[in-house]
Design a protein around this ligand. Structure first.
Ligand code: SAM
Length: 233
């Protein structure tokens, strides 16, 4: 059992996916960067999207799940910074995938590639957790899920180090179906609104819409998310 095989059990379809699905269905060619197990593009295809759908992720285990689910979507193993000039009218980074870009250099290089992947006027939609809401203070804990073949899996999360910009935490997967517990270390970047404005502007984007939650409320200090739709200039 690999962590990618329980990803969808731990992250079921929710309001964030509905938000992005609406954007995807209204677009001709879509690139989902950090697509993970590919649920969004799979839903778009089965929901009647007839254009080009490309899922990009550097993790082979995630892509293996995506490929096993859909053979009518293109799946590409790459990072955001490696995406080519494909002429997309929408690029998305969902499930806080944008936060895996940790340094300013990572973000700048990735945003430049995303800008090149889009046609002028194309949209880049993504969300990042709001650092002012300090969500990592509530992350330590355990979640149980029931996997169809591996049985009950326990996910234990422990934050190891946190500043207002970068948070490192461990996730340990254990259970009867996992003889040796698997621990994965994650580091996420938390960008402020002003950092996002500047990084997006430098890469050739203008912010068109920004929301603090999935019901499209304005961003406030306590909003859980900073959801951004940026236009390629
Ligand atoms: C939390 S998952 C989100 C998956 C999916 N988008 C979702 O909404 O469920 C973050 C994904 O980002 C991917 N990732 C990590 N570093 C990346 C990078 N530099 N460029 C693109 N994707 C990356 C990971 O492999 C992982 O699949």
């Amino acid at each position: 059992m690999r962590p990618a095989e329980v990803y969808d059990l731990l992250n079921p379809w929710d309001a964030s996916d509905e938000f992005y699905l609406e954007l995807v269905m209204a677009s001709r060619m879509v690139v989902d960067i950090g697509c993970g197990t590919g649920t969004l593009l799979h839903r778009a295809r089965t929901g009647g999207h007839v254009g080009r759908l490309v899922g990009v992720d550097p993790d082979p285990d995630m892509l293996a799940v995506a490929r096993a689910t859909s053979d009518d979507v293109e799946w590409v193993r790459a990072t955001a910074a490696e995406v080519g000039a494909v002429g997309a009218d929408l690029v998305v980074m969902t499930g806080h995938a944008f936060q895996t870009l940790v340094t300013d250099d990572d973000i700048a290089t990735s945003l430049q590639a995303i800008r090149r992947a889009l046609i002028p006027g194309g949209r880049f939609a993504f969300e990042t957790r709001n650092p002012r809401a300090t969500p990592w203070l509530r992350w330590d804990g355990e979640t149980l899920v029931n996997h169809p073949t591996a049985g009950v899996i326990r996910l234990t999360r422990r934050v190891r180090e946190a500043t207002s910009r970068v948070v490192t935490f461990d996730e340990t997967f254990s259970g009867a179906g996992i003889p040796d517990a698997i621990t994965v270390s994650n580091t996420l970047r938390f960008c402020s609104r002003s950092e996002l404005t500047s990084l997006l502007g430098d890469a050739g984007f203008a912010i068109a819409e920004q929301y603090g939650d999935w019901s499209r409320s304005p961003v406030t200090a306590s909003s859980p998310e900073i959801i951004t739709i940026a236009i390629a200039r």
